[in-house]
Design a protein around this ligand. Sequence first.
Ligand SMILES: NC(=O)c1ccc[n+]([C@@H]2O[C@H](COP(=O)([O-])OP(=O)(O)OC[C@H]3O[C@@H](n4cnc5c(N)ncnc54)[C@H](O)[C@@H]3O)[C@@H](O)[C@H]2O)c1
Length: 254
Amino acid sequence: MAEQMSQFEGRVAVITGGARGFGRAFGRALAERGAHTVLTDIDEAEVDRAAAEIREAGGQASAYRLDVADDAAWDGVLADVVARHGGVDILINNAGLHSLEYGVDWARLPVPKLRRLFDVNVMGVMIGTLTARPHMQGRTGANIVNISSSAAFNGMGAYGATKAAVRALTLAWARELGPEGIRVNALAPGLHVTDTIRAEFSPQMIEGHRHHQFLDLEGSEQDIVDAMLYLSSERARFVTGETIRVTAGYASSL
Ligand SMILES: NC(=O)c1ccc[n+]([C@@H]2O[C@H](COP(=O)([O-])OP(=O)(O)OC[C@H]3O[C@@H](n4cnc5c(N)ncnc54)[C@H](O)[C@@H]3O)[C@@H](O)[C@H]2O)c1
C-alpha cells in the first residue's frame, strides 16, 4: 500500500481539462500517489478550486488557465512549470469538447463550430505534445496519455473523427518519440457518468447505451482513472502506441 501511495513520488504530471470530470479525478489520483499535479483548464475559477482541493487533502497541485488550442498559452504555462519543477514526466491530453452538440449530423455543424471542435480536440492534443516534448526528453518513465473515445472506433460524427485523429496521432507519436524514451498511449472511454454527462444525457439515454455493451454496468470516472494509472506508470513500460478501450464492450459491439 505504501509503495502504491508513493508510486508517482517526484513526478510532474500536467493534465489538461483538469477542472472537472476525468481531468479533476486524474489530478486527485496522481497527487494521492505522490505526484506534483499541474491542473490546467479554460475554466480558471474551477481549476483553481480543483488544485486547492488537492492541496487541502495534503497533495501537491498547481493550477493554470490554459486553452489547449492556444499555442502561446502552452508556451507560457510550460515555461513556468519547467522553471518551478525542472520538467514534465507525464502529460495527460484530456481536455475535449464532447457535448451532444457535436454528435449531430455534419450538415448541422457550421464551419466555425467544426473548426473549434478540431482545434480543441485535435490541435490541442498536438500542440500540447509538441510543447511538452523537449521538457520530457531524458526523464525516465516519461509518457503521454491521450484521451480518445469509443467514438474513434465507430465513425460517430465529427466528434468521432476528432477522436480517431487522436488515436492516429497516438500511434504516430509513439513511433516518433519512442527513440527519445517517451511512451505515448491513449484511452478510449465508453460512456462514463461524469457530472457533464449527467447534465447532458437523460437517464433513458444512459440506460439505452448499456444495451450496446457486453456488460450491463454503468461506466464511472474511476474506470478511466484506473486505466490511466496503469498506462502512466512503470507497469506499462513495454506499452506504447496503443489506444485501449475501456467500454464494457461498447465499441466492439457496434
Ligand atoms: N465522459 C465520457 O463518457 C467520455 C467518453 C469518451 C471520451 N471522453 C473524453 O474524455 C475527456 C474528458 O471528458 P469529461 O467527461 O471529463 O469532460 P468534462 O466536460 O466533464 O470536462 C472537460 C474539461 O475540459 C475543459 N475544456 C474544454 N475545452 C477546453 C479548452 N479549449 N482548453 C482547456 N480546457 C478545456 C472544460 O472546461 C472541462 O473542465 C474529453 O476529451 C472527452 O471527449 C469522455
